[in-house]
Design a protein. Structure first.
Length: 286
């Protein structure tokens, strides 16, 4: 059982790893089911509310299906969090009812969280592309710190919202505020802890997108050799073509493999963040 309020960073990561193994048969299957949902038919036609084409927001059937999938994923993640809490000795009554009540707080909270990250990353890309093309790559990387620094701060402060949403039965905004309160005086520590599973997820994504990355490298070399005539529309066309080529290179088994790997990555992220949440909540209670 976690001794909340007493764990240094290394012990928090160790506790997360212990829960990772302990919950593989009890909690991980719910995460795997949540990650498999968007690639199943007919769900595959709409993906989900966070990863689908923006065009579907103007199509009520697609938007409705995407929202339905998002709610199912939130429900599955809610059950996984409850099972995870049970592994740490925090048993809850009426697990299914609690998970159902948590659907909207989890979904809305996650949409808010992703919107913040998306805006920060999007603004960074908008600054990077013209700066890198006109001034140079080092300047382009440097200028991205303007939006990325506050984005990193806010995303870390909000990263624990799922646990108060489920385990403390808070609404979406209250859960986000609770996460900020817990990390306010421990932001550096939380950033270090959360960065470990974030690197794991990044590595899984990087391996999955090897075909796209290779094509992008070729496109960037073309841009570097033709900066005088390369416009943003041409760059967008290149990126779109490379993205389509990368998607075509992914066979069914390749997609399934990386859905499973992504689920493992999210499970590891969940257990580490839960260990951090428990520790910070214990500190706040004393």
């Amino acid at each position: 059982m976690i001794q909340s309020g007493k764990l240094p960073v290394g012990s928090t990561l160790s506790e997360g790893w212990r829960l990772f193994g302990a919950g593989l048969f009890r909690a991980f299957p719910w995460i795997l089911a949540a990650e498999l949902l968007p690639v199943l038919e007919p769900a595959g036609a709409a993906k989900n509310i966070l990863t689908s084409d923006l065009g579907q927001f103007f199509s009520l059937p697609h938007l409705g299906l995407a929202l339905f999938i998002g709610c199912l994923q939130a429900w599955l993640y809610g059950i996984a969090i409850i099972q995870l809490a049970g592994l740490a000795g925090q048993e809850m009554n009426s697990a299914m009812r609690t998970a159902t009540r948590s659907i909207l707080p989890l979904l809305i909270g996650y949409l808010i969280y992703e919107a913040i990250v998306f805006l920060g990353m999007g603004f960074a890309l908008i600054l990077f592309l013209p700066t890198a093309m006109i001034v140079g790559l080092p300047a382009g990387v440097l200028v991205t710190l303007i939006p990325l620094a506050p984005t990193a701060y806010v995303s870390t402060a909000l990263a624990l919202f799922a646990f108060p949403a489920v385990l403390e039965k808070k609404g979406p905004l209250a859960a986000l505020v609770r996460s900020v309160q817990l990390t306010r005086s421990n932001w550096g520590r939380s950033a270090v802890v959360i960065s470990v599973p974030a690197i794991v997820l990044l590595a899984i994504t990087a391996v999955k997108e090897i075909p796209f990355i290779e094509g992008l490298r070729a496109s960037l070399r073309q841009i570097a050799g033709n900066t005088s005539t390369m416009g943003l529309q041409q760059l967008e066309k290149l990126l779109t073509n490379q993205s389509s080529a990368g998607a075509a290179a992914h066979s069914a088994w390749w997609t399934t493999l990386f859905v499973v790997l992504t689920a493992v990555g999210w499970w590891y992220t969940l257990v580490v963040c839960y260990a951090e949440y428990r520790d910070l909540a214990g500190r706040a209670a004393h």
